[in-house]
Design a protein around this ligand. Structure first.
Ligand code: SF4
Ligand code: SF4
Length: 446
């Protein structure tokens, strides 16, 4: 680590293809190209059932600390925090063992609530600073990076690109587990590693139950951002909510919203003082979008955390989250920019009391029967991977290999243009390229 300049660190991170591994997919080299006083390693992993970050912290805490040191060196930060849920005792003990003695990196124990990993909330919990509406942690002198991304920063400095990641495979499967696999391992292969699903018609979700998306094609490969794959029965509440189309939801919302206010009371972004009032948006959804009101444009402030949909509106079963997602894409397509940028914000006094505990979320989501141990199964490599090229923030990566070409693990196979926001992709197994599209590259062993 000695002697590395910020420029050298940022270049190595860019070359290794490190992006936000917690789900955001924002290129880490861009994030580190900043001047801040604080870096937070986000290890909160607040989605129910997931345990990938916790497992990493337990097994390789030294890598996260090393990555944190590089992130601090790149950004000039004087203090770093490893933010973990306080009840992850094994992970907390493992990190405590390797914390530097000079006090430059500290442990911060988060409460067990959802969504503690939302960086707006993490930054407030750890530093007491409130990120402005439409802002970034950078605006309050902070860089937040997922713990796995930081471990990958450490690997990058040792010349190792991002070719693998730990994934929690859980829910309705025979052997819930955390397994480290090559990027591009198919969802089908992951489920097989977990001993298959309990029911033949179980539905797969990528990510956690709150923010995850239904997997449409199990033969596609996991991305650098895939922290979990969760199988659930077709008739499970979450699957039913996620399968409701937006037009069904808008129709239902217009007719059934009783204006009880609970979605606003529990909205985490409202609680940190942002002008987001989902119950008001539900009241105004039949307004003409050519003249959007504040309650429509406030969609730009929504994190899509799902608290309003899956926790607050558990009686009427409406989804302000889905309504916001739809309006955001409509507004963006019309070229409307976020007009909400207040920075004179105060936290709502009820902030602490209205945090929704994870056990409550699990109960409301009907997930209690799936809360099981997820032992670490180490590294497993399939015979074939399909590496997605567009699962990061920015422009997709363009393939630079052709079918029939032999590749070694770690060879560069695709990259976004250097002058654009994007990422580099590497072969995650050695073998022959069998298929190349604009969306993925398939490699078979041998
Ligand atoms: S919780 Fe549901 S019913 Fe109540 S205001 Fe919000 S959307 Fe309407
Ligand atoms: S998804 Fe719902 S609860 Fe979450 S930030 Fe958006 S409006 Fe608030």
């Amino acid at each position: 680590m000695q002697g590395k300049t910020p420029k050298e660190i940022i270049e190595a991170v860019q070359k290794a293809g490190v992006i936000g591994a917690g789900g955001g997919g924002f290129p880490t080299h861009i994030k580190l190209n900043a001047s801040v006083n604080t870096v937070i390693a986000n290890g909160s992993e607040c989605e129910p059932l997931l345990a990938s970050d916790k497992t990493l912290l337990k097994e390789k805490p030294y890598l996260v600390i090393e990555g944190m040191k590089y992130a601090m060196a790149a950004t000039g930060a004087k203090i770093g925090y490893i933010a973990i849920k306080g009840h992850y005792q094994d992970a907390v003990a493992a990190v405590e063992e390797v914390l530097p003695r000079d006090g430059s990196i500290k442990l911060f124990l988060l409460e067990n609530y959802y969504p503690a990993g939302d960086e707006f909330l993490t930054v407030y919990d750890v530093t007491g600073r409130i990120i402005p509406e439409g802002g970034l942690p950078l605006h309050v002198g902070v860089v937040v990076s997922n713990v796995l991304s930081l471990a990958q920063v450490a690997n990058a400095m040792n010349g190792k690109p991002v070719t693998e990641r730990p994934v929690t495979v859980t829910g309705s499967v025979n052997q819930p587990q955390v397994v480290t696999v090559p990027i591009g391992t198919t969802y089908r292969d992951l489920i097989e590693l977990a001993g298959g699903t309990l029911n033949s018609d179980d539905v797969l979700m990528e990510g956690g139950p709150m923010m995850g998306l239904i997997v449409e094609d199990p033969d596609q490969g996991i991305a650098k951002t895939t922290c979990g794959v969760v199988a659930l029965p077709e008739d499970q509440f979450i699957i039913q909510m996620k399968n409701t189309t937006i037009s069904q939801m808008v129709k239902k919302s217009k007719a059934a919203c009783c204006q009880c206010y609970r979605c606003t009371d529990l909205c985490p972004r409202n609680l940190i003082g942002h002008a987001l009032y989902p119950h008001m948006t539900m009241r105004t959804i039949d307004y003409n979008l050519s003249e959007p009101t504040d309650h429509i444009t406030s969609t730009f402030l929504c994190s899509q955390c799902g608290v309003c949909e899956l926790v607050a509106c558990d009686f009427m079963l409406l989804s302000p989250r889905q309504v916001y997602a739809e309006y955001k894409s409509l507004l963006v397509s019309k070229g409307v920019k976020n007009p909400h940028t207040r920075s004179d914000i105060s936290i709502i006094p009820e902030y602490e009391f209205r945090k929704v505990s994870l056990p409550t979320v699990i109960k409301k989501l009907g997930l209690s029967e799936y809360v099981k141990d997820t032992p670490s199964y180490g590294y497993k490599s399939p015979d074939r991977v399909r590496i997605p090229l567009n699962r990061h923030t920015g422009v997709p990566a363009m393939p630079n290999v052709v079918p029939g070409e032999k590749v070694k693990m770690g060879d560069v196979i695709a990259a976004s243009p250097l002058d654009k926001l994007g990422a580099v992709y590497h072969a995650s197994i050695a073998g022959k390229v069998t298929e190349v599209t604009l969306d993925w590259i398939e490699i078979e062993k041998g």
